[in-house]
Design a binder for this molecule. Structure first.
Ligand SMILES: Nc1ncnc2c1ncn2[C@@H]1O[C@H](COP(=O)(O)OP(=O)(O)OP(=O)(O)O)[C@@H](O)[C@H]1O
Length: 341
């Protein structure tokens, strides 16, 4: 199912990077066309004068197979961005709008992925949730409260590791609980437990530079999950890893997340990754970023990453979303070519 907003929102200035989707998704067109119609359909919301809301079916099969998902009760909502606009002042003193009229709701325990063209405003979305970037207009609420400053129940994982290079693996993982007031004994017991959960018990005395990229990422996950975050914000956390390690880490993340009950917002350039992980995929416009469509991914859980990519339903869902996203990527690419950045 998809909620769509692809109306007449103004488009913004050009992008800095060439989109990465083309190489990754070239095969969907071929595989998808011979498959059954996807189990998704679209609600199309156009922000025009009449404010018309109507249903757009992607296929007859979709019509029968899908139902509208009722909005969560407010007590079930973990993250709520309501009609948020975020403007920045650029280094040359001009105002630029990164996000416009942006609305997103993530339920408690839900895994939401955000995809969109390069530079459209995905990371800004995460910064709004953290409170690092207050909204220029609209409202951001976390666990029912307006965001004011950084919350201790939010965990982060970024593309680059946030490990202390001068601390051992064990010291790195124990740092969070100690900072939050646990005794040294409690913190180290908990850290050993988490290192065990991510399969790194034998490496507790190693330093980050003595680990592989995948192992460092496991430490980063242990370092984050040990603090029992209610909200987990992830910004392309696995994009620097090779594909095999990335697949392993995606499985690891799902396993830890399923036990944690955290609500996740996961930003990625990789649509396959988004579909494989998410309950819900937000497709953003080429900018200023607004929500173009929301796809509810009804693939069963638990999911095994190395298998799910060959599931025909997965392939078809990814193909449908890619058709939608591709339009925005083309807009971004056109701007890059026209404006040279
Ligand atoms: N602090 C800031 N000051 C000025 N402009 C900013 C600031 N932060 C972000 N921007 C601009 O806002 C836009 C969106 O940036 P953002 O990093 O959110 O995009 P993104 O989709 O995460 O990018 P990418 O795909 O490259 O990871 C960009 O044009 C960026 O230059």
């Amino acid at each position: 199912m998809v909620d769509r907003n692809d109306g007449d929102m103004p488009r913004r200035a050009p992008f800095l990077r060439v989109p990465k989707y083309f190489g990754q998704l070239g095969h969907f067109g071929q595989l998808g066309r011979s498959r059954a119609a996807p189990n998704v359909h679209a609600d199309q919301r156009r922000p025009n004068a009449a404010g018309v809301q109507h249903m757009l079916q992607t296929s007859p099969a979709a019509q029968s197979a899908s139902t509208r998902i009722a909005p969560a009760a407010s007590s079930d909502v973990a993250i709520d961005l309501s009609n948020v606009t975020r403007r920045f002042v650029t280094p040359d003193g001009k105002a630029m709008t990164a996000l416009r009229d942006f609305t997103m709701t993530v339920a408690r325990g839900e895994f939401a992925c955000v995809v969109g063209p390069t530079g459209c405003g995905k990371s800004t979305t995460l910064n709004l949730i953290t409170g690092l970037a207050p909204p220029t207009a609209g409202e951001v609420r976390v666990m029912g409260q307006p965001v004011s400053g950084i919350r201790p129940d939010i965990g982060f994982v970024f593309q680059t590791d946030a490990l202390f290079p001068w601390r051992s693996v064990l010291d790195n993982v124990a740092a969070g609980p100690m900072y939050r007031g646990a005794s040294r004994k409690q913190a180290y017991e908990k850290a050993r437990d988490w290192l065990n959960r991510v399969g790194l018990s034998r490496f507790e005395k190693h330093y980050p530079h003595q680990l592989s990229g995948g192992m460092r990422k496991r430490v980063a996950l242990a370092q984050t999950f040990i603090n029992e975050p209610k909200i987990l914000l992830m910004d392309e956390p696995f994009s620097a890893l090779d594909i095999q390690t990335r697949t392993l880490m995606q499985d690891e993340l799902l396993r830890l997340w399923e036990d944690s009950g955290a609500s996740v917002v996961f930003v990625t350039h990789d649509l396959e990754e988004a579909v494989a992980l998410a309950d819900k995929v937000y497709v953003l416009t080429a900018g200023p970023a607004t929500v173009k469509s929301v796809y509810h991914i009804d693939l069963p859980r638990p999911r095994v990453m190395e298998d799910i990519r060959y599931d025909p339903k997965f392939v078809e869902i990814a193909r449908v979303i890619w058709e939608d996203l591709k339009q925005e990527v083309h807009i971004g690419q056109k701007r890059t070519l026209e404006f040279g950045h």
